[in-house]
Design a protein around this ligand. Structure first.
Ligand code: APR
Length: 229
Protein backbone atom coordinates (compact mmCIF):
# COMPACT_ATOMS: atom_id res chain seq x y z
CA UNK A 1 0.00 0.00 0.00
CA UNK A 2 1.49 3.38 -1.05
CA UNK A 3 2.41 5.58 1.92
CA UNK A 4 0.52 8.85 1.95
CA UNK A 5 2.68 11.88 1.11
CA UNK A 6 3.20 14.38 3.91
CA UNK A 7 4.95 17.61 2.89
CA UNK A 8 6.32 20.03 5.48
CA UNK A 9 6.77 23.69 4.54
CA UNK A 10 9.06 25.07 7.24
CA UNK A 11 10.41 28.54 7.99
CA UNK A 12 12.63 30.29 10.49
CA UNK A 13 10.16 29.64 13.32
CA UNK A 14 11.03 25.94 13.49
CA UNK A 15 14.65 26.87 14.26
CA UNK A 16 13.74 29.66 16.72
CA UNK A 17 13.84 27.28 19.70
CA UNK A 18 17.27 26.14 18.57
CA UNK A 19 18.41 29.73 19.17
CA UNK A 20 18.48 30.91 15.54
CA UNK A 21 16.83 34.29 14.96
CA UNK A 22 13.69 34.56 12.84
CA UNK A 23 13.55 37.25 10.15
CA UNK A 24 10.58 39.41 11.11
CA UNK A 25 10.62 39.45 14.87
CA UNK A 26 9.26 42.40 16.89
CA UNK A 27 11.60 44.98 15.33
CA UNK A 28 11.35 43.39 11.88
CA UNK A 29 15.12 43.11 11.74
CA UNK A 30 17.33 40.07 11.30
CA UNK A 31 20.04 40.29 13.94
CA UNK A 32 19.81 44.09 13.79
CA UNK A 33 19.96 44.33 10.00
CA UNK A 34 17.26 45.03 7.46
CA UNK A 35 17.06 41.74 5.54
CA UNK A 36 17.25 43.65 2.23
CA UNK A 37 20.62 45.10 3.27
CA UNK A 38 22.31 41.77 3.93
CA UNK A 39 20.29 39.34 1.78
CA UNK A 40 20.21 41.03 -1.61
CA UNK A 41 22.51 41.42 -4.64
CA UNK A 42 22.33 45.19 -4.06
CA UNK A 43 23.58 44.71 -0.48
CA UNK A 44 26.40 42.50 -1.82
CA UNK A 45 27.31 45.09 -4.48
CA UNK A 46 27.20 47.90 -1.88
CA UNK A 47 29.31 46.18 0.76
CA UNK A 48 30.25 42.54 0.10
CA UNK A 49 32.50 42.37 3.17
CA UNK A 50 29.58 43.38 5.44
CA UNK A 51 27.41 40.68 3.88
CA UNK A 52 30.23 38.13 4.18
CA UNK A 53 30.73 39.03 7.87
CA UNK A 54 26.97 38.81 8.47
CA UNK A 55 26.73 35.28 7.04
CA UNK A 56 29.93 34.19 8.80
CA UNK A 57 28.23 35.03 12.12
CA UNK A 58 25.01 33.28 11.04
CA UNK A 59 27.04 30.21 9.94
CA UNK A 60 28.85 30.00 13.31
CA UNK A 61 25.48 30.27 15.12
CA UNK A 62 24.08 27.53 12.88
CA UNK A 63 26.95 25.18 13.74
CA UNK A 64 26.41 25.89 17.47
CA UNK A 65 22.66 25.25 17.26
CA UNK A 66 21.07 21.85 17.82
CA UNK A 67 17.88 20.46 16.25
CA UNK A 68 14.94 20.91 18.65
CA UNK A 69 11.93 18.69 19.47
CA UNK A 70 10.13 20.19 16.47
CA UNK A 71 12.77 19.04 13.96
CA UNK A 72 13.04 15.65 15.68
CA UNK A 73 9.27 15.07 15.71
CA UNK A 74 9.18 15.39 11.90
CA UNK A 75 11.65 12.49 11.63
CA UNK A 76 9.23 10.31 13.66
CA UNK A 77 6.76 10.62 10.77
CA UNK A 78 9.01 8.88 8.25
CA UNK A 79 7.92 5.28 9.00
CA UNK A 80 4.27 6.27 8.43
CA UNK A 81 4.42 8.77 5.56
CA UNK A 82 6.48 9.57 2.49
CA UNK A 83 7.83 12.77 4.09
CA UNK A 84 9.30 15.70 2.16
CA UNK A 85 10.69 18.74 3.97
CA UNK A 86 10.43 21.88 1.84
CA UNK A 87 12.28 24.45 3.89
CA UNK A 88 12.95 28.17 3.49
CA UNK A 89 15.67 27.80 6.12
CA UNK A 90 19.35 27.87 5.21
CA UNK A 91 20.45 26.01 8.36
CA UNK A 92 21.11 22.26 8.40
CA UNK A 93 18.97 21.40 11.42
CA UNK A 94 16.50 19.26 9.45
CA UNK A 95 19.48 17.26 8.10
CA UNK A 96 21.04 16.91 11.55
CA UNK A 97 17.68 15.84 13.04
CA UNK A 98 17.66 12.97 10.52
CA UNK A 99 15.08 14.03 7.91
CA UNK A 100 15.89 12.40 4.57
CA UNK A 101 14.07 14.16 1.71
CA UNK A 102 14.86 17.89 2.11
CA UNK A 103 14.41 20.67 -0.46
CA UNK A 104 16.11 23.99 0.42
CA UNK A 105 14.19 26.74 -1.40
CA UNK A 106 16.49 29.57 -0.25
CA UNK A 107 19.86 27.76 -0.29
CA UNK A 108 22.18 26.46 2.39
CA UNK A 109 24.42 28.63 4.59
CA UNK A 110 27.04 25.88 4.99
CA UNK A 111 27.73 26.02 1.25
CA UNK A 112 29.30 28.69 -0.97
CA UNK A 113 28.72 29.51 -4.63
CA UNK A 114 30.63 31.27 -7.36
CA UNK A 115 29.59 34.93 -7.75
CA UNK A 116 29.92 34.35 -11.51
CA UNK A 117 28.10 31.03 -11.94
CA UNK A 118 25.47 30.07 -9.27
CA UNK A 119 25.62 26.47 -10.45
CA UNK A 120 29.18 26.20 -9.02
CA UNK A 121 28.46 25.25 -5.39
CA UNK A 122 31.01 24.15 -2.75
CA UNK A 123 30.95 22.95 0.86
CA UNK A 124 32.41 25.36 3.41
CA UNK A 125 34.57 23.42 5.88
CA UNK A 126 35.06 26.13 8.56
CA UNK A 127 32.76 28.95 9.60
CA UNK A 128 34.04 31.80 7.49
CA UNK A 129 34.16 32.83 3.87
CA UNK A 130 36.86 35.42 3.19
CA UNK A 131 36.94 37.88 0.32
CA UNK A 132 40.14 36.17 -0.78
CA UNK A 133 38.34 32.82 -1.22
CA UNK A 134 37.86 32.58 -4.97
CA UNK A 135 35.88 30.17 -7.17
CA UNK A 136 37.63 28.29 -10.06
CA UNK A 137 36.51 31.13 -12.38
CA UNK A 138 38.30 33.64 -10.16
CA UNK A 139 35.19 35.26 -8.65
CA UNK A 140 34.68 35.78 -4.90
CA UNK A 141 32.86 32.87 -3.27
CA UNK A 142 29.54 34.09 -1.75
CA UNK A 143 27.07 32.28 0.52
CA UNK A 144 24.95 29.70 -1.35
CA UNK A 145 21.80 31.59 -0.35
CA UNK A 146 18.93 32.85 -2.53
CA UNK A 147 18.76 36.62 -1.99
CA UNK A 148 15.80 38.92 -2.54
CA UNK A 149 15.17 39.36 -6.25
CA UNK A 150 17.10 36.23 -7.23
CA UNK A 151 15.65 33.13 -8.89
CA UNK A 152 14.45 30.28 -6.66
CA UNK A 153 15.85 27.27 -8.60
CA UNK A 154 14.15 24.62 -6.44
CA UNK A 155 10.67 26.15 -6.73
CA UNK A 156 9.54 23.86 -9.57
CA UNK A 157 10.65 20.73 -7.73
CA UNK A 158 8.93 21.97 -4.55
CA UNK A 159 5.68 22.79 -6.38
CA UNK A 160 5.58 19.29 -7.90
CA UNK A 161 6.08 17.67 -4.48
CA UNK A 162 3.38 19.86 -2.88
CA UNK A 163 0.98 19.15 -5.76
CA UNK A 164 1.05 15.46 -4.73
CA UNK A 165 0.66 16.03 -0.97
CA UNK A 166 -2.03 14.29 1.07
CA UNK A 167 -1.12 16.46 4.07
CA UNK A 168 0.70 19.84 4.02
CA UNK A 169 2.17 20.76 7.41
CA UNK A 170 3.21 24.46 7.50
CA UNK A 171 5.51 25.26 10.43
CA UNK A 172 7.18 28.51 11.52
CA UNK A 173 6.75 30.70 8.48
CA UNK A 174 5.03 34.09 8.21
CA UNK A 175 4.17 33.23 4.56
CA UNK A 176 5.28 36.74 3.55
CA UNK A 177 7.98 35.84 1.04
CA UNK A 178 7.18 34.74 -2.50
CA UNK A 179 7.22 32.51 -4.40
CA UNK A 180 7.60 30.17 -1.36
CA UNK A 181 4.35 31.40 0.22
CA UNK A 182 2.44 30.40 -2.94
CA UNK A 183 3.15 26.74 -2.22
CA UNK A 184 0.17 26.66 0.14
CA UNK A 185 -2.02 27.04 -2.99
CA UNK A 186 -0.24 24.27 -4.91
CA UNK A 187 -1.86 21.46 -2.90
CA UNK A 188 -4.40 19.07 -4.48
CA UNK A 189 -7.99 19.80 -3.42
CA UNK A 190 -8.18 16.73 -1.10
CA UNK A 191 -5.01 17.74 0.78
CA UNK A 192 -5.35 18.50 4.49
CA UNK A 193 -3.48 21.69 5.51
CA UNK A 194 -2.23 22.10 9.08
CA UNK A 195 -0.42 25.27 10.25
CA UNK A 196 1.70 25.42 13.42
CA UNK A 197 2.74 28.89 14.61
CA UNK A 198 2.30 30.80 17.90
CA UNK A 199 1.07 33.79 15.84
CA UNK A 200 -1.12 31.70 13.56
CA UNK A 201 -3.92 34.30 13.86
CA UNK A 202 -1.72 36.82 12.01
CA UNK A 203 -1.57 34.55 8.97
CA UNK A 204 -5.25 35.11 8.05
CA UNK A 205 -5.66 31.60 6.67
CA UNK A 206 -8.60 30.00 4.88
CA UNK A 207 -11.11 28.57 7.40
CA UNK A 208 -10.58 24.98 6.18
CA UNK A 209 -6.94 25.17 7.29
CA UNK A 210 -6.35 23.52 10.67
CA UNK A 211 -4.54 26.12 12.80
CA UNK A 212 -2.47 25.26 15.88
CA UNK A 213 -1.31 28.32 17.86
CA UNK A 214 1.73 26.85 19.62
CA UNK A 215 5.52 26.64 19.32
CA UNK A 216 6.83 23.86 17.07
CA UNK A 217 8.60 22.03 19.90
CA UNK A 218 5.27 21.72 21.79
CA UNK A 219 2.81 21.21 18.94
CA UNK A 220 4.77 18.86 16.65
CA UNK A 221 5.46 16.01 19.09
CA UNK A 222 1.72 15.94 19.96
CA UNK A 223 0.65 16.19 16.31
CA UNK A 224 3.00 13.40 15.25
CA UNK A 225 1.42 11.01 17.78
CA UNK A 226 -2.01 11.80 16.31
CA UNK A 227 -0.88 11.49 12.67
CA UNK A 228 1.16 8.34 13.20
CA UNK A 229 -1.93 6.34 14.31
N1 APR B 1 7.48 27.67 16.58
C1 APR B 1 6.78 27.86 15.43
N2 APR B 1 6.72 29.06 14.79
C2 APR B 1 7.37 30.10 15.36
C3 APR B 1 8.12 29.98 16.55
C4 APR B 1 8.16 28.70 17.17
N3 APR B 1 8.85 28.49 18.31
N4 APR B 1 8.68 31.19 16.85
C5 APR B 1 8.27 32.04 15.86
N5 APR B 1 7.48 31.39 14.97
C6 APR B 1 6.85 31.92 13.76
C7 APR B 1 6.56 33.41 13.79
O1 APR B 1 5.32 33.65 14.42
C8 APR B 1 6.51 33.72 12.29
O2 APR B 1 5.21 33.53 11.75
O3 APR B 1 7.74 31.73 12.70
C9 APR B 1 7.45 32.68 11.68
C10 APR B 1 8.77 33.28 11.22
O4 APR B 1 8.50 34.14 10.16
P1 APR B 1 9.74 34.89 9.44
O5 APR B 1 10.66 35.46 10.47
O6 APR B 1 9.15 35.79 8.40
O7 APR B 1 10.55 33.70 8.72
P2 APR B 1 10.20 33.00 7.35
O8 APR B 1 8.74 32.96 7.10
O9 APR B 1 10.95 31.73 7.33
O10 APR B 1 10.87 34.00 6.27
C11 APR B 1 10.83 33.56 4.91
O11 APR B 1 12.18 35.44 4.29
O12 APR B 1 14.00 36.73 4.81
C12 APR B 1 13.54 35.76 3.96
O13 APR B 1 14.79 34.09 2.89
C13 APR B 1 14.35 34.51 4.15
O14 APR B 1 13.63 32.21 4.24
C14 APR B 1 13.35 33.52 4.73
C15 APR B 1 12.04 34.04 4.19
Amino acid sequence: MRKRKLVVLSGAGISAESGLQTFRGQDGLWEGHRVEDVASPEGWARDAERVQRFYNLRRAACRQAQPNAGHLALVELEPYFDVYIVTQNIDDLHERAGSKQIIHLHGEILKSQSSKDPKLVFDISGDTLKMTDLCPLGSVLRPHVVWFGEAVPMMQVASKVVSEADILLVVGTSLQVYPAANLIYAVPHHCEIIVVDPQVDNLRLHHRVRQIAAPASVALPKLIKELAK
